[in-house]
Structures are given as structure tokens and as C-alpha cells.
Design a protein around this ligand. Structure first.
Ligand code: 5AD
Length: 448
């Protein structure tokens, strides 16, 4: 029996890719183990989005190499965006890496493992395969409650800071029939919540299907209770999409809409293809149709040429949108991206970027806490996902994608419950169940 261990870093697409790799391995007879020390094959699914993400993963891969002192035959594979970006350079720098695999190689994982175990030199497979459509692969899902559904891979935008077009290639969309068949199959297996994934998911196109049509079709499947999608690009956020979100009951009132900066000058240099005013118009359009929509975003500080007044414009935008939360990053130059070739005098000193980041984080947290405080006392529906990390509470999720911790037994996992939000730490809620939906129906039906 051959065994594997996988670690995942980075975005939801990577989590989804890991499920795919695990499925490929399971289909060829591998079983997962609970520690890297017991594994014949160790895979690290990596992220290349920022330098510190890469540095952390490289450190972790070096640490995993210790497994080879007691198990010299264990193979270490690095997968995902960092593998795609560095290719054979990874093996030159870390000779204990046996396999370097880009996403388009995952179908061939079993053969690549064979090759790597048959020879001394590492195997590198980072070519883009234009014909790889990821269909027909068994997927091993982490959750029996909620599922990631990749509908698009790659990206046709060329934001000047971003490495993703280099690591994931051009946009490829999945046929709607395959997407809908996958969702139907999962509904039959008891999954009720779905998140459609794509780098700029709402630019989805396939024949005469666009994203709003796909979203409505998924939401309309019997048994689909909740649908989310991530991440949309503001440029592709149309009225058609806002209407679909407002009208389809299963589509959750929640959106992650990366803004990156509140300054037109910076947005232009980032080649985001929208202005601050256009972004704010989209926010308004969404809130008109979906008044309770929760909004989150991504923001980069210290992009080349960002001056104090540009940063102030970002703070101002955050104050006016009042996001439910935001992921905030210091600009990190990525080799080969256009922003690295901008004028040297534009580069923002680290101390300045750090200070901006800290101010931004304080503002984001303050607003998030205020918004969440306002919700304490309300009754809302949650889906119970799993036992929370610390054990005694269950982790549940509101329609607006916020975490609520509730006391309860394991067999509530997978249920929708009405809860009262009893408190907030600022970021997450504590909550108390009123009664579970299943209990209510059975009582109505007169069952014990
Ligand atoms: N530096 C800092 N942050 C980045 N992001 C993408 N590329 C970079 C970079 N070079 C951020 C963006 C994106 C999120 C996933 O990561 O905000 O939306």
C-alpha cells in the first residue's frame, strides 16, 4: 500500500486542486496518512502570489526533507504556482525536491511519481497543456457539507503586480454541462453549499453562456441551498450579475470584490481597468439590489508610485464602502511582472509601506468590528460545517460568509440552523441555536 501526505498553501483554487490531486492519487491506490513521516509521497501545493508566501513554503519544504533521514525513499513533490514559476530552478536550489509539478500535470501524477522513483534526478513537469480540461478526474473532497467547484482556470487580465497569468496561463472556462453535472452529483451525496471558483470568475464565458446564466443554473438545481462565487473582477460585474444575485434565493448575499487601491492613478498603473468612481458605482448597484450584502475586498499598499495622497484615497474608499472585512497586503515585486520594471524612484520604502499597512489594518478591523457588533442580537441562519479547531464548539457559517461558533453535537454538522448571534470578537461570532431545521420539520410531522 502506498501512502501520501499533502499540504496546501494559498487560495481556494489551490484547496480545490489539492482535492483533485488527492482524488488522482486515491484512484491509483494511494491512501492518505496522518503525518508526513508515514508517507511515501509528500506533496506541497504552493502559492507564488507574494514573496513571503514563497519563502515560508520553501522553509517548510526544507523542514519536510528531514523525513528522508528515516525514510530515504520518500518522494517530495512541490506543486502549484510556485512550482510553475520556478520550475527546475527549484531542484537546483533544493536538491531534495524530487518532483516539480504545475497544475496541468496533476492528471499524470501517478506516472510522474513512477518516473521520480525510478531515477536519481528530479522530474519537472510545468508545461501548460492547452488541451487539459480537468474533466473526468475523481475528486477527493475535504468536506461533506460544502464544495468548491472550479468553473474557470487561468486569467486573461494583466494586472501589473500579478504573477497569476504567468503561473496559471490564459483563461480557460469549463463547459456548463460538466459544471452542472458535477453539482447535481454532489447534491445527491448530500452537499448543499457550493462555491464557484475562478481567478476572475465572473468573466466566465462558454458558447452562449455567461456567468450570470451559469450562476442561475446552479442556484436553480433542486437541493442547492447556498451558492457563492470567488473572486469576481469589478470590471465584469454587470447588472445582469447583480440581478441574478438578487433574484436567485440560493445565491448568498455576499461578495468578495477586490479593489486593490482607492486611487485612480494607482489603479491605472495596476491596469485594473476601472476607476474609483466606477468601482463605487458597482458597490452602489449591488447594495441597491441586495441591501444586506456583505462585502470584502483585497487591498495592496505600497504599489510603485503610491504617494501619501493615494494611500489616503484608499483609506477614504474603505471608510465609504465600510467593508465587512479586507485582506491587506504590502506590494511584493514578482519577477517578470510589469510593475517590477517601473521607475526606480517610484518604489515605496518598506518602512512607509509597513506604516500604511498597519494604518489600513486598524481601520479595516475597526469597521469590521462595528459592523459585526451591529449584528449581535440578530437571528440568522447558519450552516454547521465542522467541529471548531478548539474542540468544544461547532463552526458554522452565516449566509454572509461569517463564522459563528455554536455549542452542539457532531450530528448537527451539515444542518441549517437558526441561531441568535450572542457576541463577536470583532471578526467571528458566538451564537446560540434556537432550534435546528430538521427538528422543527420532524416536530411538525409528529415524529418523536
Ligand atoms: N504583491 C502584493 N499583493 C499581491 N496580490 C497579488 N499580487 C500581489 C503582489 N505582487 C494580492 C491582491 C490579490 C490577492 C489575492 O493578492 O490583492 O487580489
Amino acid at each position: 500500500m502506498r501512502t501520501y501526505w499533502v499540504e496546501t498553501y494559498g487560495c481556494q483554487m489551490n484547496l480545490s486542486d489539492t482535492e483533485l490531486m488527492e482524488g488522482v492519487l486515491a484512484s491509483s491506490g494511494y491512501v492518505s496518512v496522518s503525518s508526513p513521516d508515514e508517507a511515501d509521497v509528500i506533496l506541497v501545493n504552493t502559492c507564488a502570489i507574494r514573496e513571503n508566501a514563497e519563502r515560508r513554503v520553501l522553509g517548510r519544504v526544507a523542514e519536510l526533507n528531514r523525513v528522508k533521514t528515516s525514510h530515504p525513499d520518500t518522494l517530495i513533490g512541490v506543486c502549484g504556482c510556485m512550482a510553475q514559476r520556478l520550475g527546475s530552478r527549484l531542484i537546483q536550489d533544493a536538491e531534495y525536491v524530487d518532483m516539480v509539478l504545475g497544475p496541468d500535470a496533476y492528471r499524470s501524477l501517478p506516472e510522474i511519481i513512477e518516473q521520480a522513483s525510478a531515477r536519481d534526478a528530479g522530474v519537472v513537469d510545468v508545461g501548460f497543456r492547452p488541451t487539459e480540461n480537468y474533466e473526468g478526474l475523481e475528486v477527493r473532497r475535504q468536506s461533506g457539507v460544502s464544495a468548491w467547484i472550479p468553473v474557470q482556470r487561468g486569467c486573461n487580465y494583466r494586472c501589473t503586480f500579478c504573477i497569476v497569468p504567468h503561473t496559471r496561463g490564459d483563461e480557460k472556462n469549463r463547459g456548463p454541462d460538466d459544471v452542472l453535472a458535477e453539482v447535481r452529483d454532489l447534491v445527491e451525496r448530500g452537499i448543499t453549499e457550493f462555491t464557484l471558483l475562478g481567478q476572475t470568475v465572473n468573466s466566465y464565458r462558454y458558447d452562449d453562456w455567461d456567468f450570470p446564466r451559469l450562476l442561475r443554473a446552479v442556484a436553480g438545481i433542486d437541493g442547492v441551498r447556498r451558492v457563492r462565487f470567488t473572486s469576481p473582477h469589478p470590471n465584469d460585474l454587470t447588472e445582469r450579475l447583480a440581478d441574478a444575485m438578487a433574484e436567485e434565493e440560493a445565491v448568498c448575499p455576499q461578495i468578495h470584490l477586490p479593489v486593490q487601491s482607492g486611487s485612480d492613478r494607482v489603479l491605472k498603473r495596476m491596469v485594473r481597468r476601472y476607476t474609483r468612481a466606477e468601482y463605487l458605482d458597482k458597490v452602489r448597484m449591488l447594495r441597491e439590489r441586495i441591501p444586506d450584502i456583505a462585502m470584502t475586498t483585497d487591498i495592496i499598499v505600497g504599489f510603485p508610485g503610491e504617494e501619501d495622497e493615494d494611500f489616503e484615497a484608499t483609506l477614504d474608499l474603505v471608510r465609504s464602502v465600510r467593508y465587512d472585512d479586507a485582506f491587506t497586503f504590502k506590494y511584493s515585486p514578482r519577477e517578470g511582472t510589469p510593475a517590477t520594471r517601473m521607475k526606480e524612484e517610484w518604489f515605496v520604502p518598506d518602512a512607509v509601506a509597513q506604516e500604511r499597512l498597519e494604518r489600513l489594518i486598524r481601520l479595516v478591523r475597526e469597521i469590521a468590528a462595528e459592523r459585526n457588533m451591529d449584528e449581535v442580537g440578530r437571528t440568522t441562519e447558519v450552516l454547521v460545517e465542522k467541529r471548531a479547531k478548539r474542540g468544544e464548539l461547532l463552526q458554522a457559517r452565516t449566509e454572509t460568509n461569517k463564522v459563528a461558533l455554536i455549542p452542539g453535537p457532531d450530528d448537527w454538522i451539515g444542518r441549517y440552523m437558526d441561531v441568535v448571534l450572542t457576541g463577536t470578537t470583532g471578526a467571528t461570532f458566538t451564537a446560540f441555536p434556537i432550534e435546528s431545521r430538521q427538528e422543527r420539520t420532524s416536530r411538525v410531522a409528529g415524529a418523536p
